[in-house]
Write a protein of this length. Structure first.
Length: 184
């Protein structure tokens, strides 16, 4: 299972890097600061406490310029997606990320935003899906990682989406996985 996960991550990184890098690296002053792709385990149930869904999520994210400096780090806008390979909940999201970078290349990102999903909201007769209560959810993420060769990054990303108890039910959804990033 882990071997298949790593192979899928490598293939996804190669495909996306091969299609995006030639067109964006040559443009000076681009609004795209970084691109990240990854493969995530879907519906861990770590924070949400429930786990009804299966599969792997294919994840892509763009981190934009400009940035705002605060508390020794930078805040940047983001937009991304996670597509589930088993037909369970997929999502698109946006918001901001606070990034702190140490001199040795280690970084920590903390994200906050909103997500729109295609999952189940409140049909309690459905037992094989997480009941998310609302079509728009809050999203938080934490992502430690390492930068190498100035432009390349690897990281471990965890995210949690839920309605924050503003609707009922609120089972939430957690994902965890590896990501590759390229800073322009």
């Amino acid at each position: 299972m882990i071997r298949r996960f790593v192979i899928r991550l490598a293939l996804l990184s190669a495909v996306i890097s091969g299609t995006l890098l030639p067109t964006t690296t040559g443009s000076a002053g681009s609004i795209i600061h970084e691109m990240r792709v990854g493969i995530l385990y879907h519906d861990l149930g770590v924070w949400s406490g429930t786990s009804h869904e299966d599969g792997i999520d294919y994840n892509g994210e763009l981190i934009f310029s400009p940035s705002w400096s605060i508390l020794g780090g930078e805040i940047r806008p983001i937009a991304g997606f996670s597509i589930n390979d088993s037909g369970d909940t997929s999502k698109i999201y946006g918001g901001g990320v606070f990034e702190y970078i140490w001199k040795n290349g280690v970084f920590l990102d903390l994200g906050l935003g909103l997500t729109i999903h295609n999952g189940e909201t409140d049909d309690e007769e459905v037992t094989d899906k997480n009941l998310l209560g609302s079509p728009i959810l809050f999203r938080i993420s934490i992502e430690p990682g390492y930068t190498f060769m100035d432009h390349h990054r690897v990281s471990l990303m965890f995210d949690h989406v839920s309605n924050g108890y503003l609707a009922d039910p609120n089972e939430g959804l957690d994902t965890l996985g590896l990501r590759y990033g390229y800073r322009f």
